[in-house]
Ligand binder design. Structure first.
Ligand SMILES: Cc1ncc(COP(=O)(O)O)c(C=O)c1O
Length: 380
């Protein structure tokens, strides 16, 4: 069976050469805009491409404001600060995520609390969230207090895994009920919608990534989105070393961060954003091909978009039912020129997050042991 998978992928990509998991495509105006940016000499954090990108991005996802950053992790870090998360607070998230989600929480000195994911979305489960809050928390003076630790749960960070939207509307309702700020980790879900609304725009703030492996890339980059003008202003301020705008004076009114995206990266990103729809169409086509191929396979399920959503299918994923076979599959495909990769290890099992409070994490564990990413590059 594994040989059939390798043959199929090589046939789709029309090559017997090594196939990485996800290659970026630079087939639009990238070089033109980069040259223009270099010629302008405005290669750093001020320039027309940063402004243009922020404007175009906000339009694309339907948010009022977008603030470009150096990467997705910094976008999350600032979003959490703006959600008033401080040292000794707690932030609820999912254990099945890339490390950056939890790192951003830890940068503030706050603690991650893990609730389970849904099996179909692989993203934070509203049911698990509700049960956890009901059993462990109470609202005192408008704060959601965790009775086990006596700490305040300030924010909740669901993540839209591989571009599949989680049940974000239900999560939002629960967060509102418990006075918890919703900050979406939408790093992987540019171009993905939940009931026709773009992921990352449900919460108070949303963070996206443009790392080299993402659906569009600026080499490294990120963006914060919000509909709140005050938060947007503050985001820009904090990401630009908290400098008060002035023609020549260096006055900074608090400890800020050098998190602003350089114009050079933004030039690349403006060109990439122009091609987003083409990339998504290609990925959705690829998903249909995989779905059809794996339909008759009794050992492997292709992971399709959840019913309530439209996915960008950033990383294509399969579920290998028999856990003993997962490593065989990884071994065979990687030895035969097809890069495949298991989903992340659960965050609560990593040394630095071992002491974090956890709900029952059955679904996360089930997926951790079985989900594998397969070749996902846009076909040109
Ligand atoms: C779920 C998730 N969160 C956060 C990030 C962080 O983004 P970056 O690598 O741009 O810092 C990534 C991607 O790398 C991610 O996949």
């Amino acid at each position: 069976m594994y040989k059939k998978v390798v043959d199929f992928i090589q046939q789709i990509y029309n090559t017997k050469e090594f196939l990485p998991l996800h290659e970026p495509r630079f087939i639009g105006n990238e070089k033109k805009y980069l040259n223009d940016c270099i010629d302008s000499t405005f290669v750093s954090s001020v320039g027309k491409y940063v402004d243009k990108f922020e404007e175009e991005f906000a339009k694309k996802v339907g948010s009022k404001y977008a603030i470009a950053t150096v990467n997705g992790t910094s976008a999350l870090h600032i979003s959490l600060i703006l959600a008033n998360v401080t040292k000794d607070d707690e932030v609820i998230t999912q254990p099945l995520t890339f490390i950056a989600t939890c790192n951003a929480i830890s940068y503030i000195g706050a603690k991650s609390v893990f609730v389970d994911v849904d099996l179909d979305t692989m993203g934070l489960s509203p049911k698990s969230l509700k049960e956890f809050l009901r059993a462990n928390c109470e609202i005192i003076d408008n704060r959601c207090i965790n009775k086990t630790t006596n700490k305040t749960i300030k924010a909740c960070v669901p993540m839209h895994t591989f571009g599949h939207s989680c049940r974000i509307d239900e999560i939002k309702k629960i967060c509102d009920q418990y006075n918890i700020a919703l900050v979406e980790d939408a790093a992987e879900s540019l171009g993905s919608y939940y009931n026709d609304k773009h992921t990352g725009t449900f919460g108070r703030l949303g963070a996206f990534s443009f790392n080299g492996n993402k659906i569009i890339t600026s080499g490294g980059g990120g963006v914060i989105v919000t509909d709140d003008e005050a938060l947007a202003k503050k985001a820009k301020h904090l990401t630009t070393t908290a400098k008060i705008p002035h023609k020549w004076e260096y006055v900074h009114d608090e400890v800020g961060f050098n998190y602003r995206m350089p114009n050079l990266n933004a030039a690349l990103l403006v060109a990439q954003l122009e091609q987003l729809d083409t990339f998504i169409n290609s990925k959705r086509d690829l998903a249909l091909k995989y779905k059809e191929f794996f339909k008759s396979d009794e050992e492997i399920d292709f992971i399709a978009e959840p019913s309530h959503s439209k996915s960008n299918y950033w990383l294509q994923a399969i579920l290998i039912k028999d856990i003993a076979k997962r490593d065989e599959f990884l071994d065979y495909t990687n030895k035969n020129g097809i890069m495949t990769r298991p989903i992340w290890k659960l965050m609560n099992e990593l040394e630095m997050f071992k002491d974090c409070q956890c709900a029952s994490l059955e679904n996360s564990k089930y997926l951790e042991e079985r989900v594998v990413n397969i070749t996902s590059s846009v076909i040109v």
